[in-house]
Design a protein. Structure first.
Length: 681
């Protein structure tokens, strides 16, 4: 055993130096206990192999065998740092120093411990004391501390210098990737993370980050193998378990998600992130009491994170604590102004609390979008109504009854061009101000100038997907749909999320390239099978293609996710079942849709059309006449009414409705309508 320990000890000396500790210490830090030496050798080897939890266990065993061995405490501190436990690392470094470890060799470790605890200033001061032999580690800590202080360009430059001198430093590459990712440069981060993994497959930070980036770029399913690769090295690596659990949850694999959170809690008892994810699971199952209890167990450690604010507000609202919910959602919107879900929730809560003006202020940017959803539009309509502005209320309530889909669009703005230009001029380095200026130019009809500025922004930030989206948005307003699709695809190559997918699909569809749009949608659904927006489009296109069984399957899948109170979804289920000639189900869904939204022309038309398909033209007529009154511009409804009139022998009325339908260039059933018109004489 002594021979083995001596050989292994020599074999791990190089790694020990990289880790920031050394095996050639003065006598007080040595141990004569052979078992302790062997355990420490095993700890260092496991640390190098990426099994950090096992490395911690063996370092602890070495300390149990020889509690006065300073080096063992230093190695244990290093394992705590690898596991992201800054408090544990700081404590062990204190014990190492008290037992003879030369802390001139540990400044970089102590700096890292303070950095993990969020004390960037203290970390910078300590890293500056590091021995030159550990300069690479100290430089990495310094760069991360600068980034934490909001000085990402300086941090990136510093790591660039380090990597010029030491291009094989895997951890420096992964640090650079994380900083670039946080700064929005996803393409640059992805390239750096790939380099880090290629250099060291045991770099769990790089493997986990690679999974996060792949999730952004390609989707949920593509990310899973990267998290699993990290967990094969260390089954209880907390950071990977949390990202793995969150990804599994978004994929609908709730049992696997729960198992991953339990492992995370075993690895780090009381883990706020794991408890939060379990609370999300409980809330999805409508077990709000359990969700609240789980959030309380986090001790407020993650209350200021966006997801926790959203969930916390929802739980407060469910419990009737409306003011607390409003406070949390308002804080979330302050941090994420384009979070549509949070705006809807806050707007509804403000309206319920009697603050109609506040609700309008929150909801207006969403309602100004061409693709605003019916729920938001209805909230805005009710808010205007509460304010006594009945004309505006009627406008938005009409839109909510039959929302048009003009494609995914950026938030609208009420600020004038002069205000936006001033903001951009006063802060030329602020990309948010630059984007606001470009949006203002688009709204002002100055698309050419907007496009030039958007292209310049994209050229300056080639790794930022938002810049390419802005170019695409501008091209869409100019009707240059094919070029817009190309810009959106460049963004999708960097970050293939829901917003980007919707833009690509919309641009390709407008460009008359439905097959390509369908391929993009299918690719996205392959990675995000639970995504509601993608499933809605898929179902709509299945209905348009008369794939009735496919549409029913997709819509039923959707209904299991969003519930049975979505009138639009129920209306589409009605149409799909009519196409499949399942008239009983069609009437059932049509009745449910109409009961929920009797003033919705879509629900009214669907119910009427179900009666017509079932052979009851008389009942169909009454509903279809109402639907036409609600949405006189909808040619499809007029065509349905025309057929009911024809079956009832009201030929003149049928001809009138067909003529009005044919007057719409977008009317899809032109050929059968013209054929019926001829038979009516």
């Amino acid at each position: 055993m002594k021979t083995f320990a001596k050989t292994a000890l020599a074999g791990t000396a190089a790694f020990a130096a990289i880790a920031g500790v050394t095996l050639t210490l003065v006598a007080p830090a040595r141990a004569d206990n052979a078992a302790a030496k062997q355990d420490l050798v095993l700890s260092l080897g496991l640390l190098k192999d990426g099994n950090f939890n096992a490395a911690r266990s063996y370092a602890q065993k070495a300390i149990q065998a020889d509690p006065k061995w300073g080096l063992a405490h230093a190695v244990l501190a290093r394992t705590f740092l690898a596991l992201g436990d800054g408090v544990g690392a700081e404590s062990e470094l204190g014990r190492a120093a008290a037992n003879g470890f030369d802390m001139t060799r540990g400044h970089q470790l102590l700096a890292d411990a303070w950095l993990i605890q969020g004390d960037a200033k203290r970390a910078l001061a300590e890293a500056d004391k590091a021995d030159p032999r550990f300069g690479g580690y100290a430089t990495r800590v310094t760069a991360k501390a600068l980034a934490l202080q909001g000085k990402s360009p300086e941090a990136i430059a510093l790591l660039g210098e380090l990597l010029d001198a030491d291009p094989s430093n895997s951890y420096a590459w992964s640090d650079l990737a994380r900083i670039r990712y946080n700064a929005g440069d996803i393409a640059g981060a992805s390239s750096n993370a790939q380099r880090a993994v290629a250099l060291d497959r045991a770099n769990l930070q790089a493997l986990t980050l690679r999974g996060e980036l792949v999730r952004e770029q390609f989707g949920l399913a593509a990310a899973v193998p990267w998290f699993e690769a990290a967990l094969r090295r260390d089954a209880y690596f907390h950071a990977a378990l949390i990202e793995y659990a969150a990804t599994l949850g978004d994929m609908g694999r709730y049992t696997d998600m729960l198992a991953a959170t339990r492992r995370a809690l075993a690895a780090r008892p009381g883990s706020p992130q794991a408890l939060y994810l379990q609370a999300v699971l409980a809330a999805r199952a409508q077990n709000y009491d359990l969700a609240r209890a789980l959030m309380q167990r986090t001790g407020g450690a993650i209350d200021d994170l966006p997801g926790a604010l959203l969930l916390g507000g929802t739980l407060d609202y469910q419990a009737g604590s409306y003011e607390q919910a409003i406070g949390k959602w308002r804080e979330l919107i302050g941090r994420q102004p384009m979070n549509i879900t949070a705006r809807r929730l806050l707007g509804a809560a403000l309206l319920r609390s009697g603050d109609a003006k506040g609700a309008l202020d929150v909801l207006r940017p969403v309602a100004l979008r061409g693709d605003a959803d019916s729920y938001t539009l209805a909230l805005v309509g009710r808010a205007f109504e509460a304010n006594g502005e009945r004309d505006w209320a009627a406008k938005y309530l009409d839109r909510s009854a039959w929302p048009t889909t003009d494609g995914t669009a950026p938030f609208g703005t009420d600020d004038g061009l002069a205000v936006l230009a001033s903001a951009a001029s006063n802060d030329p380095g602020n990309p948010v101000a630059a984007v606001g200026m470009i949006r203002g130019l688009i709204d002002a009809g100055q698309s050419g100038d907007a496009l030039d500025r958007a292209k310049a922004l994209a050229a300056a930030n080639p790794g930022a997907p938002a810049a390419h989206l802005l170019v695409g948005d501008t091209l869409m307003t100019m009707g240059r749909f094919g070029e817009a699709a190309d810009s959106y695809r460049r963004a999708a190559d960097i970050k293939f999320d829901e917003a980007t997918m919707l833009r690509v699909v919309d641009a390709l569809d407008h460009a008359g390239r439905r097959p390509e749009a369908s391929s993009v949608l299918a690719l996205f659904l392959g990675q995000h099978p639970e995504n509601v927006a993608a499933l809605r489009i898929a179902a709509h296109w299945q209905i348009a293609a008369r794939d009735w069984d496919g549409a029913i399957g997709t819509l039923e899948d959707l209904r299991s996710r969003v519930g049975s109170r979505d009138a639009g979804l129920l209306a589409e289920l009605t149409y799909a079942n009519i196409g499949a000639e399942d008239f009983d189900d069609a009437l059932g869904y049509g009745a449910a849709a109409y009961e929920i939204a009797p003033m919705s022309p879509a629900a009214t038309d669907a119910y009427g059309w179900a009666f017509y398909a079932a052979g009851d033209a008389d009942k169909a007529k009454d509903l279809l006449e109402k639907a036409v009154l609600l949405a006189p511009g909808q040619a499809g409804i007029r065509w349905h009414l025309a057929q009911a009139y024809a079956d009832l022998g009201r030929n003149a009325d049928a001809k009138g409705q067909i003529a009005l339908a044919l007057g719409d260039p977008a009317f899809a059933d032109r050929a059968p309508a013209q054929a019926l018109l001829k038979t009516l004489g």
